[in-house]
Design a protein around this ligand. Structure first.
Ligand SMILES: Cc1ncc(COP(=O)(O)O)c(C=O)c1O
Length: 468
């Protein structure tokens, strides 16, 4: 197949379409959507842009899938991968080690908040979540609290698709077809302040009081389940599913107090939020709290190779350091040499190019640019932090009335999603909760890219408003 500058011959293009439809099983994809249309095929990327097989350019408004922190086409990262593959393509971390895994573990431990300094590599985010839950259970069994095994997480939160991570996930529509899942998980309200009362919060709370209320629901759940049975609570710094819910002031500080009071481990699921998405290496740093574990993935390599990690403290590893004890858990590709070599180079570039500073310097203007869209009647809320935003669409700005399932389907998937892409913006329209457009561009983006996003969103959302 010949591809020059993202273009290919009609023959090659037709073959690719046929083969995609006949053989490729895509993830979370309604395949029938392509019965009468082409599968979008992306062939190349450069900076914050990607190109399809017909040569059309798109702004990557989602960093692939919250992954491409440094953007596309970075030869330094490609070279780091090639050099490592030539030297040592594979070695597992099962009783053996290799230099780039050791060096990346040391670097990540140096960055991680407080006493977190033990890094267990995985292949991705869901595996990191599984690892954290298994460690929590195993740790308590070894330290005299064998009943502690349950997990608390928040409604609408997404934590992955493996059966444990899916069980922790708070999206019934993703779970029902796979029931029964791993038992012993319980949901508490999330921090959607825009719709706080609809999720049970008392009327008229200040953000601080709402944060206190939402955190206290965790204590209520622990009491309901029995403190002796609860092992961990899994929370994202900014919850993605539902459309970017940042924590209200004081929320995580109160959660920390509750976890200490009940001896429950606080797991900060930073699969999206770590590595610069919020202008810090970890979301816990941004909001000033100390987790007992961090789960991360995605941006650790900017997507040039797959990698995830669970980060814990000496305290959690201690029971496994003596008398032949072992955490009987692992993945063939967890800490793959190519991935860890890429991760190391990626994080070096973060420092060389002051990537975190770029996010911090520009986040206010990114927010302000997106907030200009609030003059469109269909835009109900613009929320998020760093380079991570959700724009909630509503039927009525004043009453916050949302859409019916049928309207959502027609508007979000029938029009907004397709039209944003047609206009040159790759991002995500999502209805796991109330309908939102999600934006999380590469961390190298600047005002010109924010303006481009806003202009495309304006055209499409304005038109969507007339289709109600
Ligand atoms: C917060 C969170 N946890 C876990 C996962 C699962 O990660 P993966 O798809 O790499 O398994 C995701 C994926 O987006 C996520 O956002």
């Amino acid at each position: 197949m010949t591809v020059h500058d993202g273009l290919m011959t009609d023959l090659d293009y037709d073959h690719l379409q046929r083969a995609a439809k006949d053989h490729l099983w895509m993830h979370f994809t309604r395949h029938s959507a392509y019965d009468h249309g082409d599968v979008p095929v992306i062939v190349r990327g450069e900076g914050p842009y990607i190109w399809d097989a017909r040569g059309k350019r798109y702004l990557d408004g989602l960093a692939g899938l919250f992954v491409s922190q440094l953007g596309h086409g970075r030869t330094e990262l490609a070279e780091a991968a090639a050099t490592q593959a030539r030297e040592l393509a594979f070695m597992p971390l099962w009783s053996y080690a290799h230099p780039s895994a050791i060096e990346l573990a040391e670097r990540v431990a140096g960055y991680a908040p407080g006493d977190l300094n033990r890094v267990f590599f995985t292949s991705g985010g869901g595996e990191a979540v599984e690892t954290a839950w298994k460690l929590a259970k195993n740790y308590f069994k070894l330290t005299g609290k064998p009943m502690k095994h349950k997990v608390i997480s928040r409604s609408i939160a997404y934590h992955g698709t493996t059966q444990g991570a899916l069980s922790i996930t708070g999206l019934p529509s993703l779970k029902q077809q796979f029931e029964p899942l791993v038992p012993s998980t319980f949901r508490v309200p999330n921090t959607n302040i825009y719709r706080a009362t609809e999720h049970g919060a008392p009327e008229g709370l200040s953000p601080e009081a709402f944060g206190r209320w939402a955190a206290d629901q965790i204590a209520v759940a622990i009491e309901n389940e029995g403190p002796d049975t609860v092992a961990a609570v899994f929370l994202e710094p900014v919850q993605n599913a539902g459309g970017c819910f940042p924590p209200p002031p004081g929320y995580f500080q109160r959660v920390r107090e509750i976890c200490d009071e009940y001896d429950v481990l606080l797991v900060s699921d930073e699969v999206i939020c770590a590595f610069g998405r919020l202008g810090h290496l970890f979301g816990a740093d941004r909001y000033g709290y100390q987790p007992d574990m961090i789960t991360c993935a995605k941006g650790i390599t900017s997507g040039y190779a797959p990698l995830g990690a669970m980060i814990a403290s000496d305290r959690l590893m201690e029971p496994f350091l003596h008398d032949g004890a072992m955490f009987a858990h692992g993945y063939t590709f967890g800490g793959h040499p190519v991935s860890t070599a890429v991760g190391l180079r990626n994080l070096q570039i973060f420092e060389e190019e002051k990537v975190l500073e770029n996010v911090r310097d520009n986040e206010a203007s990114f927010r302000a640019t997106l907030e200009r869209l609030k003059d469109l009647p269909i835009v109900g809320d613009v929320r998020g932090d760093g380079y991570f935003y959700g724009i909630e669409l509503v039927k009525d700005q004043a009453t916050k009335e949302t859409f019916t399932d049928e309207e959502c389907e027609r508007l979000l998937f029938g029009f907004v999603s397709k039209q944003l892409y047609a206009e040159g913006l790759y991002c995500r329209a999502d209805d796991r909760g109330d309908p939102v457009v999600q934006l999380a561009p590469p961390l190298i983006c600047t005002q010109e890219h924010f303006d481009e996003m806003e202009q495309i969103l304006r055209v499409v959302l304005d038109k969507a408003g007339t289709l109600l």
